[in-house]
Write a protein that binds this ligand. Structure first.
Ligand SMILES: NC(=O)c1ccc[n+]([C@@H]2O[C@H](COP(=O)([O-])OP(=O)(O)OC[C@H]3O[C@@H](n4cnc5c(N)ncnc54)[C@H](O)[C@@H]3O)[C@@H](O)[C@H]2O)c1
Length: 358
């Protein structure tokens, strides 16, 4: 069995060859840059050329901590630096489009944070500008590089569970929304900034759904103004279905983050370790029961990397490979526009009470 996992382990490897290094400037010095982007780049041995944040002191602090030499007054000053080749954006969603468009106009490649934009129109405008520029633009949907999910994807691709009939994921968490001022005031919250990762992954596994249906709710006493509970279902032309069930006001103190993929000849089940004690978490778990290999019952895949920070090596590494040798992006802006279209179809369903065709 162990040798059977070799190709999966190879697919999940996260590293950035020195030959792919570029001069990177980061816009935003908030929680995710401090907790995930910079630790991931340090693990991968990737130096960072500069950083900027409207909170200049915060940018200076992070720069000092991580040995980043250049701290710019603002993103415009960063973009005017001819040394910068790639811009890594990590600011609240509403701020991102203007920075992304300015980066393209300045001839820089980009890694954008999720959500790419808060409307389909804005996402399409960014995609059109990106196509016109000929530059590489990736979107940081790094769950596609999280080891549990990436390994499951490769197992499905290799046919180990046959044709997929269902993908389901349940998270039930106590999310500290009060940490993010900008999130607390978002009317569209849970799908837009959290479950977008799962919806993006469902598309990665199963392609575009035919129809989706979603319901959402708020829980008395919750901090944010937007929805904190969502249940989304999908149907596909292939006959497959998917379910994403997400609750963020769990007062039971027992975080749950489980996924399962069923196919005609087997099943895969796993947990997203990060969400058991965010942002430290634990390793994912992943098991497969395959009549194709075959396994005898459930067999565990040996996960060694985490969603935070390691998966963030994947998204930046993918952008750098695309620039260096043309390797296709695992999460391109062209693909991501369809994730934005999908999440807006889910919101339309929530608001209309009716299923939506895509
Ligand atoms: N897994 C993930 O990929 C993941 C996880 C968390 C957050 N995020 C995304 O990353 C982004 C940032 O999240 P965060 O948790 O770091 O938030 P945060 O509030 O901790 O940090 C945001 C930072 O952006 C800065 N900023 C705002 N506007 C700016 C501008 N115009 N120019 C420069 N800096 C600006 C703020 O001063 C702040 O330091 C959000 O879009 C969020 O959805 C992604």
């Amino acid at each position: 069995m162990n040798n059977d996992f070799d190709e999966v382990l190879e697919f999940c490897k996260l590293s950035i060859p020195k030959a792919h290094h570029k001069r990177i400037g980061i816009v935003g010095a908030g929680g995710i840059v401090a907790g995930a982007h910079l630790p991931a780049y340090a693990l991968a041995g990737l130096p960072i050329h500069g950083i900027t944040d409207i909170d200049h002191e915060r940018a200076k602090e992070l720069a000092k901590e991580h040995g980043i030499v250049n701290v710019y007054d603002d993103y415009k000053q960063m973009l005017a630096d001819p040394e910068i080749e790639v811009v890594d954006i990590a600011v609240p969603a509403a701020e991102q489009p203007k920075i992304l468009l300015a980066a393209l106009a300045a001839g820089k490649h980009v890694l954008a944070q999720k959500p790419l934009a808060t409307s389909v129109e804005a996402a399409q405008e960014l995609e059109a500008a990106s196509e016109e520029s000929g530059l590489v633009v990736g979107v940081n949907q790094q769950l596609r590089f999280d080891e549990g999910i990436a390994a499951a994807y490769k197992m499905v691709q290799m046919g180990w569970i046959g044709k997929v009939s269902n993908f389901s994921l349940t998270v039930n968490l106590d999310t500290p929304w009060e940490l993010w001022d900008w999130a607390n005031t978002m009317e569209r919250l849970e799908i837009m900034i959290h479950s977008i990762h799962y919806h993006d992954v469902v598309r990665w596994f199963l392609g575009e759904p035919e129809r989706v249906y979603a319901v959402a709710g708020k829980t008395p006493g919750q901090a944010p103004i937007g929805e904190t509970r969502t249940i989304s279902t999908y149907t596909f032309a292939s006959g497959a279905s998917a379910l994403i069930h997400s609750n963020h006001v769990n007062r039971g103190g027992d975080n749950i983050a489980e996924f399962r993929i069923d196919g005609e000849s087997g099943s895969i089940r796993g947990t997203l370790g990060l969400l058991y004690d965010y942002p430290v978490g634990r390793l994912d778990t992943l098991e497969i029961n395959s009549q194709v290999l075959p396994t005898e019952g459930w067999v565990a895949y040996p996960v060694t990397n985490r969603w935070i920070p390691e998966a963030f090596i994947g998204t930046m590494g993918s952008v750098l490979s695309a620039i260096s040798d043309g390797t296709p992006l695992r999460s391109s802006i062209r693909d991501n526009v369809n994730t934005i279209r999908l999440i807006h179809a889910l919101y339309k369903s929530i608001e209309s009470g009716e299923s939506q065709a895509l």
